[in-house]
Structure formats: C-alpha cells, structure tokens
Design a protein around this ligand. Structure first.
Ligand SMILES: *Cc1c(COP(=O)(O)O)cnc(C)c1O
Length: 369
C-alpha cells in the first residue's frame, strides 16, 4: 500500500469484493443481494463502491435519501436503487430518475400516489415498509386494508417488495424479540398477499441478520456494514476485510518537559519528559472529541500511540514517547490495527458512526480494482 503524505481515507475495492463474496456465500443462490450505500457508502465513496458492486452483479442498491440516489444515477449506475427514507419534497425528482421509494406511512403513500399520478406514471416500482418492532418507520399491520384500498384500481404504482427492519439482529440476548419480529413480518406479508392479486418479494435481514438468522433470508437481504468489513461480532469481523483505512502523517514532534500541558484547556499534563506528535486530523474530519484524553490510540509504525488532550478541529496530539518515528511518517488512525470497530469502541460508539462520520475533507484514495 502506498505511504501517504496527507490525511487520506484509503478505500480498498479488493476488500469490498472479498466481503461481498463472503456474504454472498451465506445466501441461497436465489436470494437477491441489496447493497446499502447510504451516507457516502458508510463514509467511503458511494460511487466507486456502487460501480464495483454493479460489476459484481449486485441486484439492488439502497440509499437513505433521494439526493444520494441522484449522485449514483449521475455517475451512470443503472441498477435499481431503493430510497429508504424519501421525503415528499423530492418525490418528483425521485420519479424522474427512476429511484424506488420505500413507502412507510399512510401520508407518504398518499403523497406519492399524488405525485405519481401528476407525472402520469404507470407501474412505478415502490416498496412497502412495515414496522415489526423497531418503531422507527413503517406501516402497522392494521394499515394493510388501507394500503390495499389505496392501490385498488390505480396503475401508477407497482409494489415490488414488502420489507421490515430488525432492531437487534446482532444481539444474542434479544433473540426472542428478533424471532418475534420475523414471525410478525411473515404474518403481515401473508395477509397482504391474500388481499392482492400481484406478487411481491420480501426482505428483512441486515448484515448481522444474514449471519444470525439465515432462515429469514426470504427473497433478498440488505447488507451495509458487512460489505465495509464489519459484522457486529468479533468472529465475523475475522472473516471480513476493512474497506476503509484512515491514514495521516506526523506534522510536528514536540519534546515536552515534565509538568507541561498540551492542547486546548490544558487537558493533558506531562508526568515526566514526553515526546508528542501533532497530526493533521481533528473533529472536523470526523475524529470527535470523545476520542481524546487518552481514550483511544492510533498506530505509528506498528506501535500504539495514545491521543492526548482535547481533540482540536484540525489536529490531534499523540504521545510517541519511546516510539521510533519522525516528522513526515505515516500514522494509521484506523484500518487493520486498530480497526474502525476497535477505535470506535474506545469511546463507546460503533464502527457505523465512526465510518459514516469521516468528513469529505479527508481525501479519498481508491486502491485495488
Ligand atoms: C442501514 C440499513 C441497512 C443496513 O444495515 P447493516 O447493519 O449496515 O447491514 C439495512 N436496512 C435498512 C432499512 C437500513 O436502514
């Protein structure tokens, strides 16, 4: 891998392919695979990720908002794209660009029908989302009659799939709850299917669901974090390869006398002679203040170095006392060691938040093909 000379988020397409193939090996040959590329591809580069996955014949993409789908269409992505959480203000452009909305409430269904009708749509593909316990978005089971009534005699929409989302698929302790969600989904779609003349496909699993509830694959799975290299479980993480590596460099080294403070608000005070390094990365790049003050380490030439003092907007300081390094040397913030999951865990958060929060200021570099 190339050594970096500035803060860089390296995106390894070879790792993406490996993760895709691994997850796919867990699926029946008939199960469709939806790749979730919302939030810039979990902070990486949605376009490059989507292009690579399209070349691997992915069946579907998912984004959260219409704007994210437009970026993919502008880049020439032809694969169907579901928009998980569209806002009515963008229904027009969603239709124009052949994006497929998740319809999740009576209000959203009515407003979408209205726009689809104004735009003379015929069979515009839509997906109906049911709430089975996450209590975030979705129709209730008791809305089925309403949905069927609304669709009756209308040709603007074609319901392509019915889906739901699990609240705790990674959590063994919540197994009963998860199984109840799956049962509830089955009951809902059986009732729906009874009341309509058309067929739809069904999906409920996210990445940890693929691993923990393989019997609930139905017709498609939706994987995000797994594709980027994390499985919400140390065993699974071993099988996956992190796609993103965040690298930076040492800008300046300071030799610090005992009892001297470092950084804003003097949150670090040296207990002896220390050597510190300043790195050109800070909370504006997505390394939040929760990682400062000795909570988290980065890797300098393969050795751990703690982040000391408060994280600044554009910089962090690390303790490199006793480490063999010099100004200009590369520093791994996260990648293989520490992994994004290790890094996130030090501050009680999860890889999802850390990855998706790496700001656009960090240069993206693609490696692999
Ligand atoms: C983000 C998201 C996913 C992807 O979940 P992972 O745990 O990253 O695999 C799947 N489905 C929905 C509805 C989502 O919002």
């Amino acid at each position: 891998m190339p050594k970096t000379s500035e803060t860089t988020l390296e995106i390894d397409l070879g790792a993406l392919e490996h993760n895709h193939n691994y997850l796919k090996s867990k699926l029946h040959s008939s199960t469709k695979f939806m790749a979730v590329v919302k939030a810039f591809g979990y902070g990486s580069d949605a376009i490059r990720i989507a292009k690579k996955l399209e070349a691997l014949d992915i069946d579907y993409f998912a984004v959260a908002y219409v704007k994210e789908g437009l970026v993919l269409r502008d880049a020439g992505i032809k694969t169907p794209i579901i928009v998980l959480h569209p806002q009515p203000v963008s229904f027009g452009v969603l239709i124009d660009r052949c994006l497929e909305p998740s319809l999740y409430s009576p209000r959203i269904l009515k407003l979408f029908l209205k726009t689809a009708s104004e735009k003379n749509q015929k069979n515009h593909p839509v997906h109906i989302k049911f709430n089975t316990g996450l209590n975030r978005l979705g129709f209730w089971e008791s809305d089925i009659d309403f949905i069927v009534e609304q669709l009756n005699g209308r040709e603007e929409l074609k319901v392509v799939s019915l889906f739901s989302h699990l609240a705790s698929s990674e959590d063994e302790k919540e197994k009963d709850f998860t199984l109840a969600q799956i049962e509830s989904f089955k009951k809902i779609y059986a009732e729906f299917d009874k009341k309509v003349a058309f067929k739809t496909f069904k999906h409920i699993l996210n990445t940890s669901g693929i691993i923990n509830y393989p019997e609930a694959q139905f017709d498609m799975v939706r994987s995000g974090i797994g594709l980027y290299g994390f499985g919400n479980d140390p065993e699974m993480d071993k099988q996956l390869k992190p796609v993103a590596t965040l690298k930076t460099v040492i800008s300046q080294i300071h030799r610090i006398e005992p009892n001297v403070s470092v950084g804003y608000n003097r949150k670090f005070t040296s207990d002896g002679y220390r050597i510190t390094a300043t790195l050109p990365i800070g909370h504006a790049d997505g390394i939040g203040r929760q990682y400062g003050n000795g909570k988290t380490y980065v890797s300098v030439n393969g050795k751990k170095a703690l982040i000391i003092g408060n994280v600044c907007m554009d910089m962090i300081m690390i303790d490199i006392t006793g480490l063999d390094c010099k100004e200009g040397d590369e520093v791994i913030v996260f990648g293989k060691h520490p992994s994004a999951e290790d890094f996130a865990t030090t501050a009680n958060t999860i890889s999802y938040e850390l990855l998706a929060g790496i700001s656009q200021r960090a240069k993206r570099v693609i490696i692999g093909t």
